[in-house]
Design a protein around this ligand. Structure first.
Ligand code: NAD
Length: 353
């Protein structure tokens, strides 16, 4: 049975979108709308199977619920995936058709960009629906949110360094950035400016050379980056890189990065990290800069206010570390618990209205 097979069966609504003419195959996941309409990006990826796509959208949309709640935004959690190769199969027709499906949900789900999407794609979605954010400045939007995401990750990383090493200075720290795309590159910029020793890894050789030259960063050339002798590991590519095969190898003392759902299993892998003395900065907490930015675009866009809120990720991250110690739980569980409490409280408030 489909419902039974959903890895997280607490979702409110899953929408399967199919269009023969454009070849669109997409899934929209609305996890929770207690705090407000579900906001979350669209990812286009060449999934090996449809189950992989479904699983991804379920994990991602659930993550958005907690990301919004821990950040204090009045939005719920949702996400969409489009199955296919973003480089070869994405057409304006396909993006507009996807936009029509988003529109059919009447605002219950608001989309934005994620992996495989550009601001120009969101502009195409905007042609057919107002329920999209992360659109270009020419169209009245705020453009790509990735630089703000990178700033937030940088703040979360500094907080983690303070907690683990006693100082938030990253100068001289060996930091491995895995994935130097939209977010990763800006993060490398912040880190190199602070004098960190940055090592970059990516599957895209061209980008590696480009970014290495631009920021004078070192390219990772070993055969196993999880074994790398570094102080900080920043996962900024795809999720689930902390899994059964990697979790016991990691030598970094801090993990702080942009990727969503870094822990393949949020309980067991979070616990192993804790037992191994590796400080994990919860992904959905420190990568919230982008959602802060696209959320602001929906109402009143004030860049200074956005950067201030994103900078505050530093304080929130330290609070979460303290809470985790006080409760004897993992940092991931600490962030989840606080977010869940806010949602539960709002649910009670909503029911009284
Ligand atoms: P992107 O597509 O611009 O960049 C991803 C990079 O990772 C690419 O350069 C790609 O070649 C590389 N990559 C893919 N698989 C890899 C692998 N196995 N090993 C090494 N490198 C690999 O994506 P992005 O917008 O920079 O987002 C990066 C991550 O951060 C994603 O997990 C995304 O969901 C998350 N995130 C992004 C934002 C945002 O504002 N863009 C916000 C929150 C979370």
């Amino acid at each position: 049975p489909v419902f039974g097979q959903l890895s997280f069966n607490d979702h409110e609504q899953i929408v399967f979108c199919n269009d023969k003419d454009t070849g669109l195959k997409a899934i929209i996941g609305i996890h929770n709308s207690v705090m407000g309409p579900a906001l979350g990006g669209t990812r286009m990826f060449n999934y090996a199977t449809e189950w992989d796509a479904l699983n991804d959208v379920l994990r991602l949309s659930r993550g958005m619920t907690y990301k919004a709640a821990i950040t204090g935004l009045n939005i719920g959690g949702g996400k969409a995936v489009i199955m296919g190769d973003a480089k070869t199969q994405k057409t304006p027709e396909l993006m507009r058709k996807f936009g029509e499906f988003v529109h059919s949900l009447s605002g219950r789900y608001i989309t934005a960009e994620d992996v495989g999407m550009e601001t120009s794609d969101m502009d195409l979605v905007r042609d057919v629906t107002p329920y999209v954010t992360g659109i270009s400045e020419e169209r009245g939007g705020a453009g790509n949110p990735s630089p703000v995401t990178a700033f937030g990750v940088y703040m979360g990383m500094k907080a983690a360094a303070k907690q683990k090493f006693g100082s938030d200075k990253l100068e001289g720290k060996k930091i491995l950035v895995q994935g130097i795309g939209h977010v990763g590159e800006t993060l490398v910029d912040y880190l190199t400016k602070e004098g960190a020793q940055v090592i970059i890894a990516d599957i895209n050789e061209e980008r590696l050379n480009e970014v290495a030259a631009k920021y004078n960063a070192q390219i990772f050339r070993g055969d196993d980056l999880y074994n790398a002798d570094v102080d900080i590991y920043a996962p900024c590519a795809m999720g689930a890189t902390i899994n059964d095969a990697t979790v016991n190898k990691i030598k970094a003392k801090v993990i702080a990065g942009a990727a969503n759902n870094q822990l393949a299993n949020e309980d067991t892998h979070g616990l192993i990290l804790q037992e191994r003395g590796i400080l994990y900065a919860p992904d959905f907490l420190i990568n919230a800069g982008g959602i802060i930015n696209v959320y602001a675009e929906l109402a009143h866009y004030d860049k200074a206010e956005i950067m201030r809120k994103t900078e505050n990720i530093y304080n929130t991250t330290l609070e979460i570390f303290d809470y985790a110690i006080a409760k004897g739980i993992t940092t991931h569980q600490a962030a989840l618990t606080i977010a869940q409490n806010r949602i539960d409280l709002r649910k009670i408030e909503n029911s009284k209205k």
